[in-house]
Ligand binder design. Structure first.
Ligand code: PMP
Length: 416
C-alpha cells in the first residue's frame, strides 16, 4: 500500500492522499488505543509514530549512557548516536552539523538568541516582530527591551490575516538589528511570504530569525534557500518527542554570539579565574543534552521525509479547505482570517458560545480541538476576540475527520 503523499492541484480529489493517511495512521499506536479519537489539535502537538517511540526505546535499551568524554563502549555509542542525530537533522534542513543546536524547543531556541545575540544590542536599537507572533517569539524580545532599552516594532496584520508587507517595509530603519517572524501562524494558519520578508531585511543588512514551529511539520525547510540567520522549531510538533527542539544559526552569527547557559560541555577549559568557550555547536549546549529525544527526533524527520513532506502540507491545507467549506453556512460561526496561503489550521468563534464550551462539546463527540488564546494574545485582540477554538490537521487526519468536526459544530451551534 502506498505511504507517500502525492502532489495534487488545488481543488483536486483528495481521496488518493486520504488513502495514504489512512495507511499511515496505522503507524500511530495511540489510534489503536483510542480508535475513535478524532485528533484535530496538531498545532499544539502531534501524535508519535511507532518508529519514533522505538528509536527512543532502543537507545535506552541498547546504549543508554551520557555523551561526550566517555571512554567506555556504550558511552561512545551514545555519543555516536547523538551526533548522528545532529547530522541527520542538519541534512533535513540543509545545514552544517556545527550550526545545529539541540534545545528544549522553539521557545528555548528563541530565548537563546534573545539572551546572546540580543545582549549585543544597544538602547534604541530596533527589532521588528509581527502582531501574529506566538508569545514564544514576543515575550523574550519584550524582556530584552526591558533589559536593554531595545525598541520593538510590529508588522500589522490585515483583515485577511496576512502580514502587511507595505507597512513592514516602512518599519525597516538604520537602527533595525533583527527581524523575527513566524513562517506559519499557529492561529490563522497563514503561510507568510518569507522570501519577501527576508529579501527586504537582507537588502538593509538586517539578520532574520524565523519561527518555524508550525512550518517544520508541513513544509520542507532549506535554511540556505530561506536565507535567514536563525531558524527555530520544536520536535513535538513534527511527530517527534517532547523536550527537544532545534536552533539553527549561521556559523558567522553563532561564532559572534556569547554562550548562553554555563556548565559542562560548553567550555573547553575552566580555571578558578574563568573559562574558555568550546567550539560550535557545544558552546550552546551546556549540561547533559536531550540524548534520547534527539534520536527520536531524527526518526521523526526520517518519517516526515519518507511520506513526502511538501505533499503532506498540501494535503493538510486541502483538509482545512474542506472543513472551511463545510462550516461556512453555520449561523454565527466566524473564521479568523482568510489568508490566500493557508496551512492546515483553522481558528473560529461561535456567536454566543464560549470557545471552551465549543471545544468541550466537540470533545464529547471524541473530537479534540483547542480553545483559548493559543499563546497569541495580541493577535486575538487584533481580531477582537477573547478566545477561539482551533482545528488543526496532521498526517493521519482523514476527510471524514473534517466532516465530523463540521457536523459537530453545526450541532453545537444549535445546542449551545
Ligand atoms: N511558535 C509557534 C508559531 C508555535 O505554534 C509554538 C507552539 N504552539 C511555539 C512557537 C512554541 O513552541 P514550544 O512550546 O514547543 O516551545
Amino acid at each position: 500500500m502506498k505511504t507517500t503523499f502525492s502532489a495534487l492541484a488545488e481543488g483536486a480529489d483528495i481521496s488518493i492522499n486520504a488513502a495514504v493517511a489512512r495507511e499511515l495512521k496505522k503507524e500511530y499506536p495511540i489510534f489503536r488505543t483510542l480508535p475513535n479519537l478524532v485528533y484535530l489539535d496538531n498545532a499544539a502537538t502531534t501524535q508519535k509514530p511507532l518508529s519514533v517511540l522505538d528509536a527512543e526505546r532502543d537507545f535506552y535499551m541498547q546504549s543508554c549512557a551520557n555523551v561526550h568524554r566517555a571512554i567506555h563502549t556504550i558511552g561512545e555509542e551514545a555519543t555516536a548516536r547523538y551526533e548522528k542525530a545532529r547530522s541527520s537533522m542538519a541534512r533535513f534542513i540543509g545545514a552544517a552539523p556545527k550550526e545545529l543546536i539541540f534545545t528544549r524547543g522553539t521557545t528555548e531556541s528563541i530565548n537563546l538568541v534573545a539572551r546572546t545575540f540580543g545582549e549585543t544590542l544597544r538602547e534604541g536599537d530596533e527589532i521588528i516582530l509581527s502582531v501574529m507572533e506566538h508569545h514564544a517569539n514576543m515575550v523574550p524580545w519584550q524582556q530584552l527591551a526591558e533589559r536593554r532599552g531595545v525598541v520593538l516594532k510590529f508588522i500589522p496584520v490585515t483583515d485577511l490575516g496576512e502580514l502587511d508587507l507595505a507597512e513592514y517595509e516602512k518599519l525597516v530603519s538604520p537602527r533595525t538589528r533583527l527581524v523575527a517572524v513566524t513562517m506559519v501562524s499557529n492561529v490563522l494558519g497563514t503561510i507568510n511570504p518569507i522570501d519577501r520578508i527576508v529579501a527586504t531585511a537582507r537588502s538593509a543588512g538586517v539578520p532574520v530569525l524565523l519561527d518555524a514551529a508550525q512550518a517544520a511539520p508541513s513544509m520542507p525547510l532549506d535554511v540556505k534557500a530561506l536565507g535567514a540567520d536563525f531558524v527555530a522549531f520544536s520536535g513535538h510538533k513534527m511527530y517527534g518527542p517532547f523536550g527537544i527542539g532545534i536552533l539553527w544559526g549561521s556559523e558567522t552569527m553563532l561564532d559572534r554570539m556569547p554562550p548562553f547557559l554555563g556548565g559542562g560541555d560548553m567550555i573547553s577549559e575552566v580555571r578558578l579565574e574563568g573559562f574558555s568557550v568550546n567550539e560550535l555547536p557545544y558552546k550552546f549546549e551546556a549540561g547533559t543534552p536531550p540524548i534520547a529525544q534527539a534520536i527520536g527526533l531524527e526518526a521523526a524527520a526520517e518519517w516526515l521525509s519518507s511520506v513526502g513532506l511538501e505533499a503532506l502540507g498540501e494535503y493538510e491545507s486541502a483538509l482545512a479547505r474542506r472543513f472551511l467549506d463545510a462550516i461556512k453556512d453555520i449561523p454565527g460561526l466566524r473564521v479568523m482570517g482568510s489568508a490566500r496561503q493557508r496551512a492546515g489550521i483553522v481558528a473560529f468563534t461561535l456567536e454566543n458560545a464560549h470557545a471552551h464550551d465549543v471545544a468541550a462539546y466537540l470533545d464529547r463527540r471524541g473530537i479534540a480541538v483547542r480553545a483559548g488564546h493559543h499563546c497569541a494574545h495580541p493577535l486575538a485582540r487584533r481580531f477582537g476576540v477573547v478566545s477561539s477554538a482551533r482545528a488543526s490537521f496532521g498526517a493521519y487526519n482523514l476527510p471524514e475527520d473534517a466532516d465530523a468536526a463540521a457536523r459537530a459544530l453545526a450541532d453545537a451551534q444549535e445546542a449551545l
